[in-house]
Design a protein. Structure first.
Length: 347
């Protein structure tokens, strides 16, 4: 998303078609916005608009406003990357102005919104659970495919990974896995390559990794498929490379208010009472980075959890690091979590 260098994509209402063509040539976006002195967007011009204008016998000396599209597609400031990507794909557009009201504040370019420079790392998303705590929602739909604000949980995760340059993604599927495979297919619609690990039995949060046929040569991202997260995978991978542990676990703060007065006593004597205290702890966010050699510790086609793997690494004196993050994160495991993710109840 461009915000700081918007002048490269802007011309004034007094500009000529030649000015528009020159600006488009310099910014290489095949796009320019016509913006007035107050920063309000009057219209947009693409290469196609210029060609159509010249075919109407206009000249390069004519006004650019004569060829601009006044009824253009835009998105309001604050909309997330996934919403912008969906809009651009649906309407087959490569440029999407970001507006605050009618004022230009940014610009999405299709090639850039798909993410950063592709990374060599592979991500495995655990998407095979039954989601029993979310019944009746999960009786006919796998938990990772439950919509949150109109988009399946798993699709949000995939697009977030792609947005950080992760283009090689594997989905571990079991319960109603055919629905997941029909939706994602080979991943091309989402700007990545998607493959599948098909569990014949429930293998837990780590067991499916034993089904990987060729061991990765780069650190592997592993995460649960039932969460909303904005974790910075680039920063987490950089942390892992610097610390060089066997495993890196993402952790974050969690606060819990005890709805009663908490009593501290010594024998039969009251020492102190604290009314409805809030306890803050660090919790596991279900996002990991594994060094390639760790996969050899996972038993083949046998139920095994990430906690089991952490314990095994520590038993063998292999380093396990924690990556602290305060990024948005919701574990959608219960109906109340789903309602909170959809904004129907407050946190």
């Amino acid at each position: 998303m461009h915000t700081a260098d918007l002048d490269r994509y802007v011309i004034s209402p007094e500009a000529t078609i030649r000015d528009a063509l020159h600006t488009i040539n310099l910014n290489e976006a095949e796009f320019v916005a016509v913006v007035d002195a107050q920063g309000m967007v009057l219209g947009v011009i693409t290469d196609g608009d210029i060609r159509r204008g010249l075919l109407r016998d206009l000249t390069l000396a004519d006004r650019a406003v004569d060829i601009m599209t006044r009824d253009f597609i835009s998105i309001q400031q604050g909309a997330d990357r996934a919403a912008a990507l969906d809009l651009m794909k649906a309407l087959v557009i490569r440029q999407l102005p970001i507006l605050a009201g009618k004022k230009l504040v940014g610009l999405h370019l299709f090639g850039e919104i798909l993410g950063a420079v592709p990374r060599p790392n592979r991500a495995v998303i655990m998407a095979g659970g039954r989601g029993t705590r979310l019944r009746p929602y999960t009786e006919t739909v796998p938990k990772p495919m439950i919509p949150v604000a109109g988009r399946p949980l798993l699709e949000r995760i995939v697009l977030h990974l792609v947005g950080h340059g992760i283009r090689n993604i594997t989905l571990a599927v079991n319960y109603l896995g055919d629905q997941i495979e029909r939706h994602f297919e080979d991943g091309r619609r989402f700007g990545c390559s998607i493959s599948y690990l098909r569990e014949q039995q429930e293998l837990g949060t780590a067991g499916a990794l034993s089904l990987i046929e060729s061991s990765p040569t780069e650190p592997l991202i592993v995460m649960n498929g039932d969460q909303i997260t904005r974790v910075d995978f680039g920063a987490m991978l950089a942390f892992h490379d610097e610390e060089m542990p066997a495993m890196t676990m993402a952790v974050g703060p969690y606060q819990h208010e005890i709805p009663f007065g908490v009593v501290e006593a010594e024998g039969n004597d009251l020492k102190r009472i604290e009314e409805k205290p809030t306890i803050q702890v660090l919790i596991n966010r279900g996002i990991y980075i594994l060094s390639p050699e760790v996969l050899a510790l996972i038993p083949r086609n046998h139920p095994f959890t990430m906690v089991d793997l952490v314990d095994l690494c520590q038993q063998e004196d292999r380093k396990v690091s924690i990556f602290y993050t305060e990024d948005e994160w919701i574990d959608v495991g219960r109906p109340t979590d789903l309602a909170r993710a959809n904004g129907t109840i407050q946190q």
